[in-house]
Design a protein. Structure first.
Lengths: 556, 356
């Protein structure tokens, strides 16, 4: 009986196994039949891992939105790679004597991308009234554009934008504002066609029509954005022989939205991407040496670029909310002590692989100050101890615990700071919260010590000092520190109301001296942009506002 | 249909609606408790009061919470009261039933609003994501069922051999490894390390977009996520089939079939397998719905644009209407499946509908 069953089993298995294996082979065959993705020689492959929420320039708030819109739209003026203002759709401009009226003369050869809503489906010529419409749209509360701050309280209330004729456009201000031209270089101030917006309404966000070097060919949200070369683009490149070539050089841009930095990096290493912006903390040690240079194993596979980026990373204090058992003077001394107790050079080397400049200077990134940057808080543990003694907390004795609100991606930096403070005797407790909660804490003044960063919206030092201006306290502005200094405010008022555009570096430095002495911030570092580029990419210039201008890109 | 049956179905539907209402209320409350301000999130570092106000107005956040809640439920309800103006007509596409002054009781599809972040209609987002999730879940279901049953049979037939040991090890690993870990491992191994042999990508969606040819079906992108999602059910099905098959193979009628001189393949197919599969099928059929909702991690890892990935993304950016829409949608799927199952039980078993 047992023998019989055994025999039966054997026969079953041979016959059944053959059929089962055949089925498995078919499944495996299907896997190997997979078609490989085709890569084109004249297409630039890019990934925006944070995703694009809108292709409408009125909502170009995040870097990914800005980068996409920069390829699709143009404004009156633009910045070159050295952050100097240069013409774009406006050929030239004048500012009235009183600094209140800005008049722009527009080019006569700029056309919107083709669209069926235009007569004969051909792109219409851009006129001054298009700018009038586009700018009015930004300040219209019905649009609810996050870029409304650019014009709010700066331009006159009654018809601030005027189209004097097709090629003359004029803006009137309430009072002089020195950095106003810089503001106009932001992506929010791009020109859009009225007829398209009337037709699509809110859905213009996915049907962008602009004047930029590329137009949108396909857009599958969260999956792909394909841009094609605008054959009628108005800008030309002049080579060394003086020969003019119409921009852009490449035929198309393929933008994917892989939302994990690891996957993005793997795709880049597989040759599926041409550019990666930034490098993730989790694998930076595999790619970079501690001194911030590329590891030898990668040097023949990719090009590595590092350049200053106008972004100051800091931990801020809520200066008007005193910790338990401290008066205002003691709190100020403790803040100063914390600033002296942090070895930022060591922090940058071990936590950031030397990407970024240690934050020993003021709040304004050193690249933005035309004057020689001044060192405010070098690493001086002895001085930190002295300040604590003077404040009545020798070796930190009697100090209350200071709670630091931070987010997960800054945890390693926060822990480094926590240890540095512990060494000085200052107890710091880390509270790790989602970034959405952190912004709520900051705007409602619920956190005494919080993480923050400030990216320049426009390249002017005023941008950095404005957040310490007392009238910019939330909800009116981003003064999360609740910093208030009458002298600082007076200097700020007199500075921005100047008509003269050439900024006065000395006055910025003097204001910064005042603010840094009170130490409302613990500056960590001034950021740098990191780009990993495929070997075939040329002409992609880095700049301090981290814009990505693909019109000059050439591919080998 | 008798009276008891009608009453039973009506009760099931009413309780289903109450469940959905409860889910909507809970999510609404959660978002009130959470310390977030969606308007300042959409504004970023520059937030001045006038822009904040206009965004709050646009998102309907300038009103008291109670009014916000009533408006929300009014938007969700297929029968609602709305003003008869062009803006509402455009927004809801309703059919007025009963008019009174400028308002009317209207019939409409539930309006799930627009995303805070992208301003896209949530209903459109859901409809775009649902087919992807359904396809992934169904593929995983079939991979798990087919391979699981084959493995189960092989292990039963080859009991005591090396093959059985190897397959059982695989099944046990499949059951015990969390799906997100299996996902990362499979993606890295077959999509990166071995990608030159497999031709597969670490991640990707059902369609690939070629810069010049547009949308192209890329069914190969389904393979890895479907395996990753199916590996756990595969392990369970292997074990279930194996034990059930072993039991069947020891039955007398198998011996009789053998004695009749039937070929081993016919015996397995006709006599053993069909009997062995009964308990397996009962267990498996209940899993499809949970596979639909359980694909969150897998979709996220493989960048598969389904409901799960959409929900996780929306949660990270506090995009309340999208989270609300997605959770409600999944809740509705479960409620409908449960109602159908209850009705079927009612049809089969008269005691249930009488008891109801």
């Amino acid at each position: 009986m047992t023998k019989f069953l055994k025999g039966a089993k054997l026969q079953f298995s041979n016959s059944f196994s053959r059929r089962a294996l055949a089925l498995l082979m078919i499944i495996l065959f299907c896997c190997t039949c997979a078609r490989k993705e085709q890569k084109y020689a004249n297409v630039f492959y890019w990934n925006l891992y944070t995703g694009v929420t809108s292709l409408d320039p009125a909502f170009a708030r995040s870097l990914a939105n800005i980068w996409s819109c920069q390829q699709l739209y143009n404004g009156l003026i633009q910045l070159d790679e050295h952050l100097k203002i240069k013409p774009c759709i406006a050929k030239n401009w004048t500012i009235s004597e009183d600094g209140l009226t800005y008049t722009f003369t527009l080019r006569n050869d700029v056309y919107f991308h083709d669209h069926e809503l235009f007569p004969n489906g051909k792109g219409r010529k851009v006129t001054a009234s298009d700018f009038k419409y586009s700018f009015n749209r930004i300040i219209d509360p019905a649009t609810a554009s996050p870029g409304a701050w650019i014009f709010n309280n700066k331009v006159v209330v009654d018809s601030p934008f005027k189209a004097l004729n097709d090629t003359t456009f004029c803006i009137r201000l309430q009072k002089p504002f020195a950095p106003f031209l810089s503001l106009l270089t932001t992506t929010y101030c791009s020109v859009v066609p009225k007829e398209l917006i009337s037709h699509y309404g809110k859905d213009f966000r996915a049907h962008p029509i602009g004047t930029g070097p590329f137009f949108m060919k396909y857009y599958y949200e969260g999956e792909k954005l394909i841009l094609h070369k605008n054959q009628q683009y108005f800008e030309f490149d002049k080579d060394t022989n003086g020969k003019l070539t119409r921009l852009p050089f490449i035929a198309a841009v393929d933008i994917s939205f892989i939302d994990s930095k690891q996957n993005e990096f793997f795709s880049f290493m597989q040759g599926k991407l041409d550019l990666v912006n930034g490098i993730d903390q989790s694998f930076k040690d595999n790619v970079l040496n501690k001194d911030g240079t590329l590891k030898a194993a990668f040097s023949d596979k990719l090009n590595f670029e590092k350049s200053p980026f106008l972004n100051t990373e800091y931990f801020g204090f809520l200066v008007d909310s005193l910790p338990k058992g401290m008066n205002a003077k003691q709190f100020k001394m403790v803040r100063q002590a914390m600033n002296y107790a942090l070895d930022r050079t060591k922090m940058m080397r071990y936590i950031r692989n030397s990407i970024g400049i240690p934050g020993i200077y003021g709040f304004i990134p050193p690249d933005l100050l035309q004057a020689e940057p001044k060192i405010y808080y070098p690493y001086l543990p002895g001085k930190a101890a002295q300040l604590l003694r003077d404040a009545g907390f020798p070796n930190g004795k009697g100090l209350p615990i200071i709670k630091l609100s931070t987010t997960a991606n800054y945890l390693d930096l926060s822990i480094f700071v926590q240890h540095a403070m512990e060494d000085a005797g200052i107890p710091v407790q880390i509270e790790n919260i989602p970034s959405s909660s952190l912004s709520e804490y900051k705007s409602k003044g619920k956190s005494l010590f919080f993480r923050g960063s400030w990216v320049a919206d426009y390249p002017d030092a005023e941008n950095y000092l404005s957040i310490f201006y007392s009238k910019n306290r939330p909800p009116d502005g981003p003064n999360y520190f609740h910093y208030h200094n009458i002298q600082f405010d007076q200097k700020y008022d007199s500075l921005i109301n100047k008509k003269d555009i050439t900024t006065d570096p000395q006055s910025y430095s003097r204001m910064q001296d005042l603010m840094m002495e009170e130490a409302p911030v613990l500056i960590l570092y001034y950021d740098e942009t990191v780009r990993l580029l495929a070997k075939r990419v040329h002409g992609l210039h880095a700049n301090p506002i981290n814009s990505v201008d693909l019109k000059y890109v050439q591919l080998n | 249909m008798d009276f008891y049956m009608a009453r039973y179905i009506f009760k099931r539907i009413v309780s289903g609606i109450l469940v959905i209402l409860g889910v909507a209320t809970i999510i609404f409350l959660l978002f009130i408790i959470l310390p977030t301000d969606p308007a300042s999130l959409t504004l970023g570092q520059r937030a001045d009061i006038s822009t904040l106000e206009s965004i709050n107005k646009e998102l309907g956040l300038n009103e008291p919470k109670s009014i916000q809640f009533i408006k929300y439920i009014n938007d969700l309800s297929p029968l609602s009261i709305n003003g008869l103006n062009d803006e509402n007509r455009e927004k809801y596409h309703f059919i007025p039933i009963l008019r009174f002054r400028n308002n009317a009781l209207v019939l409409k599809w539930p309006y799930l609003r627009r995303s805070y972040q992208s301003k896209k209609k949530v209903s459109e987002m859901l409809m775009a994501a649902l087919p992807n999730t359904a396809l992934l879940a169904i593929s995983a279901f079939f991979i798990a069922s087919i391979i699981g049953i084959i493995f189960g049979c092989l292990t039963a037939i080859k009991k005591g051999t090396l093959l059985e040991g190897a397959l059982m090890l695989l099944a046990n690993v499949g059951v015990s490894v969390p799906s997100f870990f299996a996902g990362i491992l499979i993606s890295w191994c077959f999509g990166y390390l071995l990608s030159s042999y497999t031709g597969l990508s670490m991640f990707g969606s059902l369609y690939e977009i070629d810069p010049f040819r547009g949308k192209i079906l890329a069914i190969q992108n389904l393979i890895l996520p479907a395996i990753a999602l199916g590996i756990r059910p595969l392990g369970i099905i292997t074990q279930l089939t194996r034990s059930s098959m072993l039991e069947v193979l020891s039955q007398d009628y198998i011996r009789t079939a053998k004695a009749k001189g039937l070929s081993p393949w016919i015996i397995i197919k006709k006599h053993a397998l069909s009997n062995a599969l009964n308990p397996v099928l009962t267990a498996v059929s209940g899993w499809l719905a949970s596979l639909l909702a359980g694909a969150f991690f897998i979709e996220y890892i493989f960048n598969w644009h389904g409901l799960g990935k959409m929900t996780v993304d929306a949660l990270l950016s506090m995009d309340f209407p999208v989270v609300m829409g997605a959770v409600l949608f999944i809740a509705i799927i479960f409620v409908i499946i449960n109602i159908l199952a209850d009705i079927l039980y009612g049809v089969i078993d008269p005691r249930i509908r009488a008891g109801a």
